[in-house]
Design a protein around this ligand. Structure first.
Ligand SMILES: C[S@@+](CC[C@H](N)C(=O)[O-])C[C@H]1O[C@@H](n2cnc3c(N)ncnc32)[C@H](O)[C@@H]1O
Length: 226
């Protein structure tokens, strides 16, 4: 299904999806920091659902092979399912974790100010958790873990143990800085972290937060700046 997204353009959406797809075999879950109405979350969830269905299909076909070929028992052929599921990225379906204040953007700091960004004001881009949840239910997609909080109030306990793919879209300096603080320690080595608006002149705080972080941290995972 093609989801309408007024926050991330079509080209960026295609790139995000491509990068997320590349992470289905990477250990860990998917995360979006700043989900707003859930447009990108729905796209990620749909992709994960497709992957989970494929995984289930492989599992069923392996089970059928086992039941029709008595010699293919787990003890004589223990690797059929393991190989198939490993090929698909492990046994467990990935979960999607999404975070937002659901009160819109926070206060803008000096570093966030720009002539082009005057429309990005505190309280803009407010959605409700309920609205996001209902969109998932209507789309017949698994409802993600939806956490309502300011990023500055989140702790490592609020995050998945391991992250395969993360999309940071908090627009402002502190929002991106806090997202990096929460997400980077949990990233899988082969994972991908995408930061939106790095090159957007209307949101200079994003670049500032990433550049500061880059100077301090050495990553083993890939960082993509959109
Ligand atoms: C540009 S929108 C996100 C768009 C969404 N990623 C999409 O693709 O549709 C930014 C969102 O980040 C949230 N946000 C920004 N800073 C935040 C913070 N410090 N804590 C919690 N939420 C924040 C806002 O409430 C807003 O919903």
């Amino acid at each position: 299904m093609a989801w309408k997204n007024d926050q991330v353009n079509e080209k960026e959406t295609a790139r995000i999806l491509e990068l997320a797809r590349a992470c289905v075999k990477v250990p860990g879950d998917f995360v979006e920091m700043g989900c707003y109405r859930g447009d990108t979350s729905l796209i990620l969830a749909e992709m994960l659902q497709r992957d989970a269905r494929l995984r289930e299909k492989v599992r069923c076909s392996v089970d059928v092979r086992r039941s029709t070929s008595p010699s293919a028992t787990p003890s004589s052929s223990p690797s059929i399912y393991a190989e198939a599921s490993q090929e698909l990225g492990g046994k467990d379906a990935k979960k999607l974790w999404i975070y937002d204040s659901f009160e819109g953007l926070p206060e803008k700091k000096e570093v966030d100010k720009s002539v082009m960004g005057v429309l990005f004001r505190s309280g803009e881009l407010a959605a409700t958790k309920r609205e996001v949840k209902e969109r998932f239910l209507r789309a017949n997609l698994p409802v993600p873990r939806i956490k309502k909080a300011w990023f500055s109030d989140l702790t490592p306990e609020d995050m998945p143990e391991k992250i395969a793919f993360a999309f940071l879209d908090g627009d402002f300096y502190e929002s991106i800085r806090d997202s990096l603080r929460l997400v980077t320690p949990r990233m899988s080595d082969e994972g991908i972290l995408v930061v939106h608006d790095y090159t957007n002149p209307a949101l200079p705080g994003v670049k500032r937060a990433v550049d500061e972080w880059n100077n301090r941290e050495k990553y083993s995972f890939e960082v993509i700046l959109l």
